[in-house]
Ligand binder design. Structure first.
Ligand code: FAD
Length: 312
């Protein structure tokens, strides 16, 4: 029996990143249309280190807002920005009809090692959460007659945050991460999305520690159905995780390319998480819809799809 059949409705969402070429932009439109047609809670759009993708992120968010029925959620980072710059950016996103944000410190700018990252004018991400919330509220109060939240959907205006089941690279202890999560909740964050992880216990132990410390917001597990050995190695390194040996061996036996193994691994992981009470799943799509939608089908979360022929 599928996870969905066992546990009822399972909310899901997707992450995409802005295209890096005109050719990639063409296929990204197609991908986003396919993802949106599956009925996600939202589609989130990444933001390049130090605002390097500012225009392309906003363009993609606008595309989602204007050409699909999905709700766009904007990643926003604080490294390298002043308070005034962030207020202006949030106002610009609101003007484009985007009111939901993922508040992040941000990856280090190109060439800067993690240990040299300076937090800048905003001391921590909890402060960014407060600033985004205040700016959205002000924007809505000032412009409600023109851009009121009603048009953005019933739950618009949410700020979410990142969570690190296996610890952030800068954290000295896992408990420090839980305390950072608690501080972001206290600043008004409404839910969290986790960094990639490969084992259900990583997530379940972390959620238990977070609940113990007083974190009550939903913590969405972030999962990525990888398609190739190279992708698995790259995302593991970026997320500071050890790639599962069995999955690596499967890819190697298939000459490196085997999307079905990534789908099977993610489906097993998601099933265990949902059965253990996860509030839904967030899928890192790598700008490819096929594997993400295959996971949802395997879980029984979606059955038919408007573009079935295209994603077969
Ligand atoms: P915080 O909550 O601010 O910190 C996490 C932990 O690290 C805390 O324990 C904190 O105390 C510690 N810490 C952080 N910085 C320091 C420091 N300088 N000194 C000491 N301790 C520190 N990055 C992007 O650039 N763009 C994106 O679009 C993007 N999307 C992401 C989406 C998700 C779901 C996740 C999980 C991460 C994403 N990232 C993105 C990466 C993220 O910006 C980095 O992991 C960043 O280092 C942490 O950001 P945060 O706001 O979650 O961390």
């Amino acid at each position: 029996m599928s996870a969905a059949a066992r546990g009822g409705f399972v909310p899901f969402s997707f992450e995409v990143f802005p295209a890096r070429s005109a050719r990639a932009a063409l296929s990204l439109g197609h991908t986003v249309q396919n993802l949106a047609a599956a009925g996600p809670d939202f589609i989130s759009v990444t933001y390049g280190a130090s605002g390097s993708s500012r225009d392309s992120s906003l363009d993609l968010l606008r595309y989602i807002r204007e050409h699909t029925t999905a709700k766009p959620l904007a990643h926003l980072t604080s490294i390298g920005s002043t308070r005034a710059e962030i207020e202006q950016l949030v106002a610009e996103f609101c003007a484009a009809g985007v009111y939901d944000f993922l508040a992040l410190r941000g990856d280090p700018p190109a060439g800067v090692p993690e240990e040299e990252v300076e937090l800048g004018e905003l001391g921590d991400t909890a402060e960014l959460v407060r600033l985004i919330r205040a700016t959205v509220a002000r924007r809505v109060a000032e412009h409600a007659p023109d851009v009121g939240l009603a048009g953005a959907g019933p739950a618009a205006g949410r700020v979410c945050i990142a969570a690190f089941p296996n610890g952030h690279i800068r954290s000295e202890t896992k408990h420090q991460d839980v305390l950072a999560l608690l501080a972001k909740q206290e600043a008004g964050a409404e839910f969290a999305i986790t960094q990639l992880f490969f084992y259900a216990d990583d997530y379940l132990d972390y959620v238990a520690a977070a609940r113990e410390a007083g974190v009550s917001i939903p913590i969405l597990p972030g999962l990525m159905p990888v398609s190739t050995e190279a992708q698995l190695r790259k995302v593991s390194e970026l997320a500071g995780q050890v790639a599962p040996a069995d999955l690596l061996a499967d890819f190697q036996a298939a000459d490196g390319f085997a999307p079905e193994y990534g789908v099977a691994h993610t489906t097993r992981l998601a099933t265990e998480l949902i059965e253990s009470g996860a509030p839904g799943i967030h899928l890192y799509t790598f700008n490819r819809h096929q594997s993400a939608l295959s996971v949802l089908r395997e879980l029984g979360v979606i059955t038919t799809h408007p573009f079935d022929k295209e994603i077969a």
